[in-house]
Design a protein around this ligand. Structure first.
Ligand SMILES: Cc1cc2nc3c(=O)[nH]c(=O)nc-3n(C[C@H](O)[C@H](O)[C@H](O)COP(=O)(O)OP(=O)(O)OC[C@H]3O[C@@H](n4cnc5c(N)ncnc54)[C@H](O)[C@@H]3O)c2cc1C
Length: 535
C-alpha cells in the first residue's frame, strides 16, 4: 500500500511550524515534505535589527534542515498546482529542472510578497523589508548614504542623503524607523562632517494614528517617544509617488530623499496568483477549519490565507502576524489528523495574549494580558519573548549574544557589498527640473529615455551653449562610459521622465558581444566626432 503524503509549501512561520506539529501528531508511516524556495526559515520580526546592525543577517535565519527530523526538506520553487491530479509542478537545482510532486494532503503557506506596484515609482525607488536580502540591501544603502554625505560638499545632496523616510506605521514600520534612528544616532560620531542635527528620520502613516494594532494610549506613548528622539511623524498622510530623488506626499509636498522604505503594500505571490481559486484581497479563502474553500484535502494558513474568525473584537478575518501563523500551524496539524481519521475538525480560534512593539533606543510598548506597559521594562519583555519564540537553541544563543554585545560594542558600519550585484539595469523616475548629472561627474551607465524628455546642455567658453534634447527612445551617456570620461554637460529632466539605466560594464559587454549594437554605437561616435570637429 502506498504511503500517504503530506506536502507543505512554504517554510515561514506557518509552514515550518505546521511541519513540526504534523510530525508530532501523525504516524511515521505518513511522509511529510516541506518545500521552500530557500533552505532557511526567516524570523521576519528581527529584520529591522538586521538593517540597523544590532544583529547579523545570519542571526535572523535558521536552516530548515536543523529545525526538524523525520521531514523531507526540499529547496525548490513551486510553479503551479494541479488540484484535480493532486500534483505540484516544481523547479529545482541551479538549472531549474522541472519535477512533479504528488500529495494527498496539501498545506499552502507561501506568505505574501511586497507589492511595490501599488504606487508610481515605488518599484524602482523604494526599499521593501520582507526578507534577509532586503534587510542586507537596505543596510548597505544606509551606510552608503552616510559615507557619501560625509564627503560631499553639495548641501542639497547631503540633506537628501540624510533624509530617511519609512512609509507605513504599523508594527514593522515603527520598529524599522526606531531601529534606523538608533543606528544613525550611534554611528554618526564616526563621520566627522556629519552631526545629529543633519539627520532627518520620518514616519508617514495613512491612518489617523501610528500603531493601529495597539490601544490609543500605547500608540500615543510610542508617538511621543519617537517624536522626542527627533523622528518626524506624519499621520493622516499618504505617499503618492516615489522618484529617484524624492517622495511625493498626498498633500503635494515633495520631500527630497535617497531612502524611502516601504512597509505598506503586500500582495499575493506568483504561485497564489496562478491558482484556479477565487482570491479575496489577494488571499486564499478558507473556511473556519483552515480548509481551502471547495477543496477537501487542501489547507491554507499564514499570511497567504484569509481565515474567518469570530469573537475577536470586530475582526472578521485573522490578522497576518507571526503569532497567528504559529497558532494556525498547530490547528492545521490537528485538523489534518482529524480528517485522516474521520474525526471532527476544530474551528480555528486564538486570542493573542499580548502585543509588543520595539521603538528602538531600549524602549518598547506592550499590551500583555490587558496590562499596558512601556519603556525599558517593556523592551526587556519584548526581547525575552523573541528569544522564546526563536527556533533552535543555537539561534537563541546567537541572538542573545548579539544583543548583549550591542550594549558595549560600537555599531558595525562595514558595508559588505559586491558592487556587481547592484542592479545592472533599472528604471529611474525624475521630476521636471531634476538634475541627473553635472559637469565633472563620472557617468555610471547608458541613460535611455522611456517617457518624457531630458536636456543635455554644454556651456562653451565662446558662443552659445550646445543643447541636445533626448526624447523617448533616445539615449545619453554612451560617449562618457566608453572612455570613463568626466561629463561635460548638465543633464536635466525637461518634464517628468522615466529612464532606463544600463550600468556601464553591462553596456560595454553587450556592445562588445553584439556586432549590430557595436555598429550602431560606432556610427553615433563618428557622427558626434564630426559635430565636435565642425564646432
Ligand atoms: C519587518 C517585519 C516585521 C514584523 N514584525 C512582526 C511582529 O513583531 N509580530 C508578529 O506577530 N508579526 C510580525 N511580522 C509579520 C510576520 O513576520 C508574518 O505574519 C509571518 O512571517 C507570516 O508567516 P508565513 O509563514 O505566512 O509567511 P512567510 O514567513 O513569508 O513564509 C512564506 C515562505 O514561503 C516561501 N514561498 C513562497 N512562495 C513559494 C513557492 N512558490 N515555492 C516555494 N516556497 C515559496 C517563501 O520564500 C517563504 O519562505 C513582521 C513582518 C515583517 C516583514
Amino acid at each position: 500500500m502506498s504511503k500517504t503524503r503530506i506536502v507543505i509549501i512554504g517554510g515561514g512561520f506557518a509552514g515550518a511550524f505546521a511541519a513540526k506539529h504534523l510530525r508530532k501528531r501523525i504516524d511515521k508511516e505518513t511522509k511529510i515534505e516541506l518545500i521552500n524556495d530557500t533552505n532557511y526559515f526567516v524570523f521576519q520580526p528581527l529584520l529591522p535589527e538586521v538593517v540597523s546592525g544590532t544583529l547579523n543577517a545570519s542571526d535572523a535565519v535558521t536552516p530548515l534542515r536543523h529545525m526538524f527530523s523525520g521531514i523531507r526538506v526540499r529547496m525548490a520553487e513551486v510553479r503551479s498546482i494541479n488540484f484535480d491530479g493532486r500534483t505540484l509542478n516544481i523547479v529545482q537545482g541551479t538549472k531549474k529542472i522541472p519535477q512533479t510532486v504528488q500529495y494527498d494532503q496539501l498545506v499552502l503557506a507561501m506568505g505574501q510578497k511586497a507589492n511595490l506596484s501599488i504606487l508610481p515609482g515605488f518599484e524602482d525607488h523604494s526599499f521593501p523589508l520582507k526578507n534577509v536580502a532586503d534587510a542586507h540591501a537596505l543596510r548597505n544603502h544606509i551606510i552608503e548614504c552616510l559615507e557619501h554625505a560625509d564627503i560631499t560638499e553639495n548641501k542639497k545632496l547631503k540633506k537628501r542623503l540624510l533624509t530617511f523616510i519609512v512609509a507605513g506605521a504599523g508594527f514593522s514600520g515603527v520598529e524599522t524607523v526606531g531601529e534606523i534612528s538608533e543606528m544613525l544616532a550611534k554611528t554618526i560620531k564616526h563621520y566627522p562632517n556629519l552631526s545629529a542635527q543633519d539627520i532627518n528620520c520620518m514616519l508617514v502613516q495613512l491612518d489617523k494614528r501610528i500603531l493601529p494594532e495597539l490601544t490609543e494610549k500605547l500608540a500615543s506613548y510610542a508617538h511621543e517617544k519617537l517624536s522626542k528622539r527627533g523622528i518626524k511623524i506624519y499621520v493622516d498622510t499618504a505617499i503618492d509617488a516615489a522618484t529617484a530623488t524624492s517622495a511625493i506626499l498626498g498633500n503635494g509636498k515633495r520631500i527630497f530623499t535617497a531612502t524611502l522604505i516601504t512597509t505598506i503594500g503586500n500582495g499575493p505571490t506568483e504561485l497564489v496568483k496562478s491558482l484556479p481559486l477565487e482570491l479575496k484581497w489577494g488571499k486564499i479563502q478558507t473556511d473556519e477549519f483552515l480548509r481551502v474553500k471547495g477543496l477537501e484535502n487542501v489547507w491554507a494558513i499564514g499570511d497567504s490565507a484569509l481565515i474567518p474568525i469570530q469573537g475577536l473584537g470586530n475582526l472578521e478575518y485573522v490578522p497576518p502576524t507571526a503569532q497567528f501563523a504559529v497558532r494556525e500551524a498547530g490547528c492545521v496539524a490537528n485538523n489534518i489528523y482529524a480528517f485522516m481519521h474521520q474525526e471532527q475538525l476544530n474551528e480555528f480560534f486564538y486570542k493573542p495574549k499580548g502585543l509588543l512593539a520595539s521603538i528602538g533606543n531600549y524602549s518598547a510598548v506592550a499590551d500583555l494580558f490587558g496590562l499596558r506597559i512601556s519603556g525599558f521594562f517593556a523592551w526587556v519583555i519584548w526581547r525575552a519573548f523573541y528569544i522564546a519564540m526563536l527556533p533552535k537553541f543555537f539561534t537563541k544563543v546567537r541572538v542573545a549574544f548579539s544583543w548583549l554585545l550591542d550594549f558595549f560594542a560600537p555599531r558595525n558600519i562595514v558595508q559588505i557589498q559586491n558592487k556587481e550585484q547592484v542592479s545592472s539595469c533599472k528604471y529611474m523616475h525624475y521630476l521636471q527640473g531634476d538634475v541627473l548629472f553635472r559637469p565633472g561627474q563620472i557617468c555610471d551607465g547608458l541613460y535611455t529615455v522611456v517617457t518624457g524628455r531630458l536636456e543635455s546642455r554644454t556651456v562653451r567658453r565662446q558662443g552659445e551653449d550646445f543643447v541636445r534634447i533626448i526624447k523617448a527612445g533616445e539615449h545619453w551617456g554612451e560617449r562618457e562610459i566608453a572612455g570613463d570620461f568626466e561629463t561635460v554637460s548638465t543633464l536635466t529632466a525637461l518634464e517628468d521622465t522615466k529612464v532606463l539605466v544600463l550600468k556601464r560594464d553591462v553596456f560595454n559587454k553587450l556592445r562588445e558581444s553584439i556586432p549590430a549594437m557595436n555598429k550602431y554605437f560606432s556610427q553615433i561616435d563618428d557622427h558626434r566626432n564630426k559635430i565636435k570637429i565642425a564646432h
